[in-house]
Design a protein around this ligand. Structure first.
Ligand SMILES: C[S@@+](CC[C@H](N)C(=O)[O-])C[C@H]1O[C@@H](n2cnc3c(N)ncnc32)[C@H](O)[C@@H]1O
Length: 274
C-alpha cells in the first residue's frame, strides 16, 4: 500500500485537542474518544453520528461510488471534451508548487488528484467511506501517495495552519452548513495560503440541463447576483476572484487567507474574471 507523502497533525474535530496514535486508532487524551483506522483511513464521523444532508449524501455517494468515476468520464465525452480538459481548466488555477501541502475537501474518488503536479503532498477528506474506498484504489493505480480521511467538511480533523493550498470541487451547496465548511477550510490553511471552491452555478437557469446525472439535485440556495458564492466567505479574505466556466455552468471562487489579522481587508473586494 502507498503511504501518504506526509502525515498532518491530527486533532479531535469536535474539541480541537491534539490526537495521539493508539493501536489501530487515534485517541483524544482529554476525553478518551477513539477514532478507528479502517483499512488505512481514519474514521472521524461514523454514519450513526451523521445528520441531515450530510447523512443523506453520504449514503447517496456510498451507493454510487463504484459508478461515479465512469459517469464523470462519460459525461465529459458527451460534452465533447475529456475529463482532463474539464478538470485542468480550474485545477491549473491552484498553481501548485513543488513540496506544497495540499488538501482536497470532499475528495470523492480522488479524480482531481490525477491531474495535479506529482511533486506536491496531498491529503483528501470525504464523508462517504465508499468514495474513499474508490479513491484509495485509484491512488494506488495512479501511484499517487496521499493521506485519506473520513469526516465532514464542517469539522476537519487537522490542526490550524496545516496546508498551503485547500480546495473543494462539487457539492458544497449540499453540505449541512457550507459557511462552517468554508471557515474550517480557512482555519486549516496556512497564513497567505490559497483556497479554491468550484461548484455548480445555481444562478444559471440552464444549469440543470447540463448536470452530470450522478450528481444529486441541489436544494434551494440564495443565489441572487453574480457574486453569490462570496456570501459563504467571512470578511477579511484577500485576492477574491470569481470565474464562471463552461457556459456559466460552474463557478470557480479563488481567494487567499490573510497573513495576519492586520493584513485582513475590512470588506470582501471581489474581482469578477472573464
Ligand atoms: C460531486 S462529488 C465531488 C467529488 C470530487 N471532489 C470530484 O470533483 O470529483 C461530491 C462529494 O462530496 C462529498 N460530501 C458531501 N457532503 C460532504 C460533507 N459535508 N463533508 C465532506 N464531504 C462531503 C460526497 O461524499 C462526494 O464524494
Amino acid at each position: 500500500m502507498l503511504e501518504p507523502a506526509y502525515n498532518p497533525e491530527l486533532i479531535d474535530p469536535f474539541d480541537h485537542r491534539q490526537l495521539l496514535p493508539g493501536k489501530g486508532y487515534w485517541f483524544n487524551p482529554e476525553n478518551g474518544e477513539k477514532y478507528y483506522i479502517n483499512n488505512g483511513i481514519p474514521v472521524f464521523l461514523p454514519e450513526q453520528q451523521m445528520s441531515g444532508n450530510n447523512l443523506k449524501y453520504s449514503r447517496f455517494y456510498d451507493r454510487i461510488s463504484r459508478f461515479y468515476r465512469v459517469s464523470s468520464v462519460i459525461y465529459s465525452r458527451l460534452k465533447g471534451s475529456t475529463e482532463k480538459q474539464i478538470k485542468k481548466k480550474y485545477l491549473d488555477l491552484l498553481n501548485i508548487q513543488s513540496g506544497e501541502k495540499v488538501l482536497e475537501v470532499a475528495v470523492g474518488s480522488a479524480d482531481n488528484l490525477k491531474y495535479l503536479p506529482a511533486n506536491a503532498m496531498y491529503c483528501g477528506i470525504d464523508i462517504s467511506y465508499g468514495m474513499l474506498t474508490m479513491a484509495r484504489r485509484h491512488l494506488r493505480k495512479w501511484k499517487i501517495p496521499a493521506g485519506l480521511f473520513q469526516g465532514e467538511a464542517e469539522h476537519l480533523p487537522f490542526a490550524d495552519n496545516t496546508f498551503d493550498v485547500v480546495f473543494h470541487v462539487g457539492g458544497i451547496s449540499l453540505f449541512n452548513d457550507n459557511r462552517k465548511a468554508v471557515a474550517e477550510m480557512i482555519r486549516v490553511t496556512n497564513p497567505g495560503g490559497r483556497l479554491m471552491i468550484v461548484d455548480d452555478n445555481e444562478g444559471n437557469p440552464g444549469r440543470s440541463d447540463h448536470k452530470n446525472p450522478f450528481s444529486p439535485l441541489p436544494g434551494q440556495q440564495n443565489n441572487s447576483g453574480p457574486d453569490y458564492p462570496v456570501k459563504m466567505l467571512p470578511t477579511g479574505m484577500k485576492n477574491i476572484e470569481i470565474r464562471y466556466l463552461f457556459d456559466e455552468q460552474l463557478y470557480c471562487l479563488t481567494f487567499t487567507k490573510p497573513n495576519t489579522s492586520k493584513d485582513a481587508v475590512q470588506s470582501n473586494n471581489i474581482n469578477l474574471r472573464a
